[in-house]
Design a protein around this ligand. Sequence first.
Ligand code: FES
Length: 129
Amino acid sequence: MSTTNWTPICKVEDIPVLGSRRVARDQGLDVAVFRNDKDEVFALLDRCPHKGGPLSQGIVFGTSVACPLHNWTIGLCTGQAAAPDEGCTPKFSVKVEDGQVFLDAKELATQATDLVRPIAGPARRTACA
Ligand code: FES
């Protein structure tokens, strides 16, 4: 049986209400930790399943966040995009105890470390002959 190694991240009050806080990792994109108006806390990879927008910059409502780029609605409990949109962003386990927010150290170190943010802008330049 393995026990979860909970890593303290911040206090609930350190996360803006209806906003988020980013947690940097040694490998992989940041994890966004969200707080809603009921002081519930959620954690998703900071990457929209649509085109990689930073969900941490989105607006939280209920148990969802609206992506700041094209306004997809992403469920904070599941990471799932709301229909008719399709896609899912990885979610992370969260624990809140006495106002302290914890994330699972193993998930932080290993989950979705291979996902990168798509690069915006012109395609790769090719050398002119
Ligand atoms: S990148 Fe999030 S809605 Fe398009």
